[in-house]
Write a protein that binds this ligand. Structure first.
Ligand SMILES: Nc1ncnc2c1ncn2[C@@H]1O[C@H](COP(=O)(O)OP(=O)(O)O)[C@@H](O)[C@H]1O
Ligand SMILES: [Mg+2]
Length: 185
């Protein structure tokens, strides 16, 4: 189980992410299967009560594994069909494990106002879970995330960095069994 690295303090062990709410879990993902497994690990965060309205940003350049991680997450939730990139459709919706999950990709936005023009703000005001690729292309209209998964290329694989950005995000990640550890720096 990966560890969340954070500044050392005298908090009790377990997933106590306060006071900063921005600990980093950093993990090397050697291959595509590892990226899918990382996404799968997040599934438990989406099935808890606190996940109502949860927003996760998937950040990183093209080809860093954002859709791959989403595929792993959806498979772990029990989705057996295709998981297509929403690059051309903007949104791929799923209903799985009694969750409405909305997978967005704003890569093709020419201007952020397209977010409002397409009426996408409504999805973010509801009870579903929103996973967003290229959220920065919809700023300032797209709501801020509870959790951010940032992916980047590192040698032959990828680096995943998970940031917790709200109390809701913290509460949801409690259900994944992630363990904290003192910051190694
Ligand atoms: N950890 C990894 N190591 C090597 N290749 C990976 C890894 N994770 C994903 N990939 C590959 O990267 C490619 C792009 O993945 P994708 O999820 O479509 O990226 P994005 O959605 O970020 O544009 C795919 O071919 C996928 O198999
Ligand atoms: Mg993608």
């Amino acid at each position: 189980m990966p560890d969340i690295h954070r500044a050392a303090d005298d908090s009790p062990p377990g997933l106590n992410l306060s006071p900063s709410l921005s600990p980093n879990l950093s993990q090397y993902l050697p291959d595509t299967a590892a990226t899918e497994a990382f996404g799968a690990m997040l599934a438990a965060a989406l099935t808890c009560e606190e996940a109502c309205g949860l927003i996760i940003w998937l950040s990183g350049q093209l080809g860093t594994g954002k859709t791959t991680a989403t595929r792993g997450l959806l498979r772990a939730l029990g989705h057996s069909g295709n998981v297509k990139s929403p690059t051309y459709t903007l949104l791929e919706p799923y209903t799985v494990s009694r969750i409405s999950l909305y997978h967005f990709d704003f890569y093709r936005f020419n201007q952020p106002e397209e977010f409002l023009d397409a009426g996408l703000d409504e999805y973010f005001a509801g009870d579903g879970v929103c996973l967003v690729e290229w959220a920065d292309k919809a700023l300032p209209y797209v709501p801020q995330p509870d959790i951010e998964l940032q992916l980047s290329v590192e040698s032959d694989g990828r680096r995943a960095i998970l940031r917790v950005l709200s109390e809701r995000g913290r509460a949801c990640l409690m259900h994944t069994g992630l363990k904290t550890s003192a910051d190694p720096k």
